[in-house]
Design a protein around this ligand. Structure first.
Ligand code: PEP
Length: 251
């Protein structure tokens, strides 16, 4: 069974205490009700990883992820964290290419490609985030932008690496943190296109999960998650409160 991923990206929010508390409230609140076809991934800040990991340890269907890493095992990279350190803290997943890393911190596709291959070969499951800006959408360039981000981001993947551990998140930049969600047609079109690109690039069609992210809320999640080719959601703002995120997980 291919499980849907319900991911909480807490960005640079929460002390470790608050992060542990929120994760616990979600796990305890949902209890036995977590549908067997769903898994939950928490992406807390680096300082809270270990503690959140310990608080969900042994809970079926709950996983920990790192928001970022540097593509090296170790070394003189002050301020960075390696995939091995993420795994050591209990992470199974890591994000690559989140729009804030691309557009606020200036990460480029060739660097993201290095992260994808290095993360996968370090045994992390990688969620590669892609998505167009509002100007690119207005210029009718959505498919061109998605194709380029996928082509470049995945160009280092070879047969030695299992693309089964790869997840793509379609996150239109204009929908992140704005309260403006993509329409169902926008999502269907983008996800169908991504699915086709994955088949062309990696010869893997349905195996790679494709998530939607961008102002997902408790009241729109059920509709989004039911769409063709949507294998989960990546949630920012609405994942910060346990009650709101739990309603999304169960939507
Ligand atoms: C995100 O940060 O990936 C995100 C989708 O944020 P929000 O849900 O707040 O739009």
């Amino acid at each position: 069974m291919i499980k849907k991923i319900m991911a909480a990206n807490w960005k640079m929010h929460k002390t470790w205490d608050e992060a542990v508390q929120t994760a616990r409230e979600v796990v305890v609140g949902i209890g036995e009700d977590l549908p067997p076809d769903r898994e939950v991934v928490f992406f807390p800040s680096g300082t809270a990883l270990k503690a959140v990991g310990e608080s969900i340890n042994g809970q079926n269907g709950y996983f920990l992820g790192g928001q970022n890493f540097y593509p090296a095992a170790q070394g003189a990279y002050t301020g960075e964290i390696s995939p091995l350190q993420l795994a050591d803290a209990g992470c199974a997943y890591a994000l690559v290419g989140h729009s804030e890393r691309r557009h606020v911190l200036g990460e480029k596709d060739d660097f993201l490609a290095e992260k994808v291959i290095f993360g996968l070969s370090s045994n992390l499951k990688i969620i590669l985030c892609i998505g167009e800006t509002i100007d690119q959408r207005r210029q009718d360039r959505v498919e061109g932008v998605l194709a380029a981000q996928l082509q470049k981001g995945l160009e280092k993947i070879d047969q030695n690496v299992s693309a089964h551990d790869l997840v793509i998140a379609y996150e239109p930049v204009w929908a992140i943190g704005t309260g403006e969600t993509a329409t169902e047609d926008d999502i269907l079109q983008a996800h169908g296109f991504i699915r086709k690109m994955l088949k062309d690039l990696l010869n893997q069609g349905q195996e790679i999960r494709v998530l939607y992210g961008g102002s997902v809320k408790p009241d729109n999640c059920a509709r989004i998650i039911a769409l063709d080719n949507v294998d989960g959601v990546l949630v920012g703002g609405a994942s910060l409160k346990a009650d709101s995120f739990s309603r999304i997980v169960l939507a």
